[in-house]
Design a protein around this ligand. Sequence first.
Ligand code: SF4
Length: 356
Amino acid sequence: MAAVEKILDKAVDGGRLGRDEIQALFDEGGLLELGQAAAAVRRRRNPAAEATYIIDRNINYTNVCVYRCRFCAFYRKLDDAEAYVLPFAEVAAKVAETVAAGGTGILLQGGVHPKLRLEYYESLLAELKRSFPQVHLHAFSAPEIWYLAKLEDMPLREVIARLVQAGLDSVPGGGAEILEDETRRRIFSRAKASTKQWLEVHREAHGLGLRTTATMMFGVGESSAARVEHLLGVRELQDETGGFTAFIPWTFQDANTDLEGEVEPVGGFDYLRTLAISRLALDTIDHVQGSWVTQGPKLGQLSLYFGADDLGSIMLEENVVAAAGAQYRMSQADMERMIRGAGYEPRQRRTLYEPL
Ligand code: SF4
């Protein structure tokens, strides 16, 4: 235990934790001592009395996906009766509703559709930018961009540059799952972007001046060493580029997926410990997000005492984790009540954490 205390003191004082130290926190760190240290780091890095949130909407422009990940309940095959690609007008109507509800951005993600070409994505972004110049377009996860580059047989950088030219403002951290290839092989049924490729998309995006986020979906039966590997991969890229705005750890939801019944679902205890360790390990990432969408509002509140400084979106729409069983919904008033109830002042922010 003494060793854990020393590691926590080091992190609280701004020191960088090595692989063995992060692993020791997973192996031996007590819930409350991890939380206390993570909260101290959070207070040092972010306004101590405030917690932020955003109003935006997840729009899944298609549910068609070539990958069929074993943890996913959202995708449909191209010829499935429920397969869809939203018409542009429908996407635009959803953005208009978001703006009317006080939203400042949208998160656009598929499915990785086998037939949509670069021109489709460019037209979609350009049309949204033309109609809603004030709305931040946070769009297309690394596997979508990676696949598109392969489909077009174009360098990644060129594909991203074309998307930026069309209106892309930043890239979400989806598709990271666990950035450790043994775990990835087990939870994918087809070879989706590898750890190296996921990081490469973000490296190229950062190189073009885009900010991105990093996520970690945990609780798919991975080892704690795999989580450490994930944290270190994200931290190394942040050292190189400084392009990540935030880290968003959330837990796998198993309903309706191939992995249902195969892995032990993660409870609040593991969630809060992993959140706290993420805050302690990622010393160069400004923001860590609590996941009320998968954990519910009660643990959402508690996450603000385990390293999170932000509770993400009120989620006017969310389809992916909803398909896998998470059904939490929240109004802006509920979000503010939740944050105030935890003793913080709520502050609405924009996608890149700029205050409103
Ligand atoms: S997680 Fe994403 S890439 Fe995997 S099957 Fe679902 S939609 Fe496709």
